[in-house]
Structures are given as structure tokens and as C-alpha cells.
Ligand binder design. Structure first.
Ligand code: PHE
Length: 372
């Protein structure tokens, strides 16, 4: 059930040559981890809701079951992503057909909600991105989008211009949210770029001796407001990654754990309990396998990772380029190290050798590279 719409596999997996959604990704549609009150992602979502309810007297409308299958227009055009932006490529985004994608950010819903008349909203959902593999990256993760529209009276009374007023309010709101979640932490604002906001910022917090980027935000581009019926207004928007925050708040060492059904994981969290520290039930050893091959022009690391994930699923922990050189004939060789590790049990040599053998086979047949 995806936002009240039942979607069958046949409906989604159109036999379109451009469809690049593999089975393991399709199977994540509708899981909605963020709607489980006992799951770290659901607990975090509820804690953020609580902040907005308390500070904005329940004024924010909340959406957490909008369908993750959206049009290219919603995901990119409506939020002014340039036609040649890399995020539109088949290498970065899952396409169902040339007009339909799995949303790569919750910003995909900004325009439709504005058009429906909402002025204060939070959108939580699963988002999908083709990417490389390590302990903090997974092709499906969860974001929360926040959006607030101001009427002219609000900034006119302040004496500030509209953009400064909006940016000031945004920063105050998000600093308060960070304190609500993390307590008294050191924070800093970093200027950045997003197609849909200007100015744009990232918020970083100092946590365990490191600056950690927690969210992106900014003052909404006027064109987005104008195209969606808000001609005389100004607005702000933010987008935060729930896994990123939850890994820090709950001490969760690997992003794959969010998908675990192992009771030794799930039983450690309960509704309303933000920041209970996860106790690893046991650490099983990783097993490393190296693989070298000559690449061709169409080779990408994302494609390699998808092949590996397609075979090993959540048993793959990391895929890392460890050597790279070009020979006299101009042909390039890559050596990748694959780390296999289960979060739940120890793997046998036989099992890993079998996976690695299949990986080698499919890397040749699907990516047309030449193993060395
Ligand atoms: N959509 C951006 C991302 O996915 C985050 C963002 C949302 C930035 C809203 C600014 C405003 O990275």
C-alpha cells in the first residue's frame, strides 16, 4: 500500500528499456520504516514532529505516506533542477520509464502541496538514489522535508527584507530543532547550493570530535512560489536525512541495520525513546575479496555496486576502489575490494566464495569489463 494506492509489480515494472529499478530496490517500496513507532526512524520522525507541534502550535501539516513513485516533473522540473544536472542521469536516479522515477528527495512534493494550498508542512518518506556502497550509504533512505510560507504582513512588521526575514526564521527554527534532538551542541552554518533555494545553507553540528552535516535548507526560489499560486510570499525549506541523524543519536554503526528484522536489533528500541544507545549484539568478522578488471567508457561505480548488491544483498558492507591505473595503450584497470559481512551471523567461506564467483561472472556479463 503506497499512499493509499495499491501498486502491483506489473504496474510499476513496466517493460521499458529505460527501467533501471532492480528487484532488491522494488522490494523496498511500501516498507515505510519511518511509519513504525518502535523503529529508530519512526522514533526520530516523532521527535521532530514533537518539536514542531510544541513550537508552532500544531500548525505544520504532516505527510508521511505520499507515494515514492513520482514524475520527472515533480522530482526535478518543479524544483528547478537544471536539465543537465547529474542527479537526472540514469546513473544517479532510478527510472521506471523516461517520465517516471523513484523520488530522490522529498522536495519532489513541494510544488503539489503548495498548489493544494498548504503553507506549513513536513513530508517524510523513503527516497531512492543509485550510489556507491559503504556503512553510511544505502540506495534507499529516508528524508524529512520542511516548508513554511510567510505572508507579507509577517516580514513587513520586522523591518527586514523578505529574504533576510525568511533566512533568519529558518536558522532559528533549525537551531532549535538541533538542540531538541542533540542537546547543547556546537553548530555552524555553511553556505551551499541547491537549485530550489537561494541563499542555501547546510547545518553542521560538532559531534564526537567531528563536524557532521545534518541538513540542507534555504530560502525558496521565488519562481517555485509563483508557479504554484503564491505570488506575494516568501518561504523557506529544509531537507534532512533521517538515517544520518539516527545513526548518531542511537549509535547505529551500519546503515543496513535499519532494514534488519533481527529481534536483537528491533527489540532495543521503543516508542518515544529517542537516543537509547544501540548495543551491538556481536561483531562478526568481515571478509575481503579483491577483483581487478579493465574498464570501458560506460563503466560506472554505481553500476558495479548495483551488480554486487543484486547478488549479495545486505551481506555486502563496502565496495572500495583500491587501485587504479592506465596502461600504455590507454586502457584503465580498476581493482575493487569488496567487504562481505553479515550484521546477524557469521558467513562461511563457501558462502562468500560462491557470492564472489557470481559477482565475477555478472560483472563480466553485465558490465562488459575484462577480468584480469
Ligand atoms: N532536497 C535536498 C537534498 O536532498 C535537501 C533540501 C531540501 C535542501 C529543501 C534545501 C531545501 O539534498
Amino acid at each position: 500500500d503506497l499512499g493509499g494506492v495499491k501498486i502491483s509489480r506489473e504496474d510499476v515494472m513496466r517493460d521499458d528499456p529505460t527501467n533501471n529499478v532492480p528487484d532488491n530496490i522494488f522490494s523496498k517500496l511500501g516498507m515505510q520504516l519511518h511509519r513504525r513507532d518502535q523503529h529508530p526512524l519512526g522514533i526520530l520522525k516523532n521527535a521532530i514532529y514533537e518539536y514542531f507541534d510544541t513550537n508552532y502550535s500544531n500548525n505544520f501539516n504532516k505527510f508521511d505516506d505520499l507515494c515514492p513513485i513520482v514524475s520527472v516533473k515533480q522530482n526535478f522540473d518543479d524544483v528547478l533542477v537544471p536539465k543537465d544536472h547529474v542527479s537526472r542521469s540514469y546513473n544517479d536516479t532510478y527510472y521506471i520509464d523516461p517520465q517516471t522515477v523513484l523520488r530522490c528527495h522529498t522536495s519532489a512534493h513541494q510544488a503539489e502541496l503548495l498548489r493544494s494550498g498548504y503553507t506549513h508542512f513536513l513530508v517524510t518518506g523513503d527516497v531512492y538514489r543509485r550510489d556507491s556502497i559503504d556503512s553510511t550509504h544505502y540506495p534507499v533512505f529516508h528524508q524529512m522535508e520542511g516548508f513554511r510560507v510567510f505572508a507579507p504582513e509577517e516580514w513587513e512588521a520586522s523591518g527586514m527584507d523578505a529574504t533576510l526575514y525568511s533566512a533568519t526564521d529558518l536558522k532559528k527554527c533549525l537551531e532549535g530543532l538541533a538542540r531538541h534532538l542533540f542537546g547543547a551542541v556546537e553548530m555552524r552554518w555553511v553556505d551551499t547550493y541547491f537549485p530550489f533555494t537561494n541563499p542555501s545553507f547546510e547545518l553542521e553540528i560538532y559531534f564526537k570530535e567531528k563536524w557532521l552535516e545534518v541538513l540542507g535548507c534555504g530560502v525558496t526560489e521565488q519562481e517555485i512560489l509563483k508557479s504554484n499560486g503564491k505570488t506575494n510570499n516568501v518561504a523557506w525549506a529544509f531537507g534532512l536525512g533521517l538515517e544520518r541523524l539516527a545513526m548518531v543519536l542511537f549509535d547505529i554503526p551500519d546503515i543496513r541495520l535499519f532494514w534488519s528484522n533481527d529481534e536483537r536489533f528491533t527489540s532495543q528500541f521503543s516508542k518515544g525513546q529517542l537516543g537509547v544507545k544501540f548495543k551491538p549484539f556481536s561483531k562478526y568478522p568481515p571478509c575481503y575479496k579483491d577483483m581487478s578488471f579493465w574498464i570501458n567508457e560506460s563503466f560506472t561505480e554505481n553500476n558495479l555496486c548495483e551488480v554486487v548488491r543484486g547478488i549479495a544483498g545486505d551481506l555486502v558492507e563496502e565496495v572500495q576502489l583500491i587501485d587504479n591505473f592506465t596502461n600504455k595503450k590507454g586502457i584503465t584497470s580498476h581493482c575493487y575490494r569488496i567487504a562481505y559481512r553479515s550484521m546477524e551471523r557469521s558467513l562461511t567461506d563457501e558462502e562468500i566464495n560462491d557470492l564472489q564467483w557470481k559477482v565475477r561472472e555478472q560483472v563480466q556479463s553485465k558490465l562488459n569489463v575484462v577480468l584480469r
